[in-house]
Ligand binder design. Sequence first.
Ligand code: ZN
Length: 362
Amino acid sequence: MNKKIGILIDYDFANKHIPPYPHPVFFSYESPRRIRAILEYFKNIKLFDNNKICKLNPKLVDESILHLAHSQYYIDTIKRLSKFGSSMLSEEVYITQDTFLIAQKAVGGVIASLESVLNREVSQSFALVRPPGHHALREQSSGLCIFNNIATSIYYLRERMDYTKKIAIIDIDNHFGDGLARYFYEDPSVLYFSVHEFDFLEGDIGFITELGAGEGLGTNINFPIPINTTDQNFMEFSEILTPIITQYSPDLIIIAAGFDMYFADPIGNCLLTSKSYYEFTRYILNLSEQICDGKLVFALEGGYSLIGLPVCVHAVLRALLNESFVQPQFEQFDFSDKSKKSEFLKIKKSLTKFLQKYWKLK
Ligand SMILES: [Zn+2]
């Protein structure tokens, strides 16, 4: 098959589910401007002139598909509040008149991206959807997320497409994907590997000791990293991931692609540049080609720097296309005094101790 990269876009993501600002006074970084910034950037660099890139459209999903991962009461709540016109589900999750539509479309976007790769219509794909999904729970919105886009899509494959093969989710969003972890904590058919910023003093959730339960023991893996992590150390998690994913041998790899570890992100506290996202994609593409015929799908999660987000998404695409990537000038920093080498060593050592019961590690 000739290389083709599918990009799922839909202009509703760039126009709808707008934070209710300025009245009542509320500010959210999760807004249509994120997708608009990416699409404008693509237009400027004439990305769609590249004949290896093709556009994908979201699949139309009905409520019964949402119901695979969410309770009927919760689905009805989102629908009811969208019909009402506005609401706040928590301090950060807002509802507008088009929230139900767009959250449903985000699920359809990830499903279409997965299907396009599984059907070998494209080599890899990237679902540019919002709102994000990795925190969403069966009964509850959480952390800017309404429906769990990736979990719902996996249940769709399982229950509607008779797809029973193993799936690995690699979550590189700055925040621990507690929703995804909970859905698949006892499920050995889905490996969840999360790299996330962790407050080692306060103790977030997403500990290295959360390893899964029952038959799923060993298939929930957390690689917590300290604040101010830079490009220098970020990829060190691969020393743990590579042997595990190789032994697990999934048929499909899904990336929960958050870009909020970016140095200029207003929510995350890490210091990555687009270079890390390019390197990560080269690494995971290569692994996926060795393990599962390159079946690799990116689904957008967080990432709130309107300048950085388009650059990072582009870095991923360049790597998927096997093309070189030049970092923009404004990212040329010297973070060499911020090495986290000793912290990373400790994390790898402790994780290895816990995981060697389930996996062959060095
Ligand atoms: Zn995040």
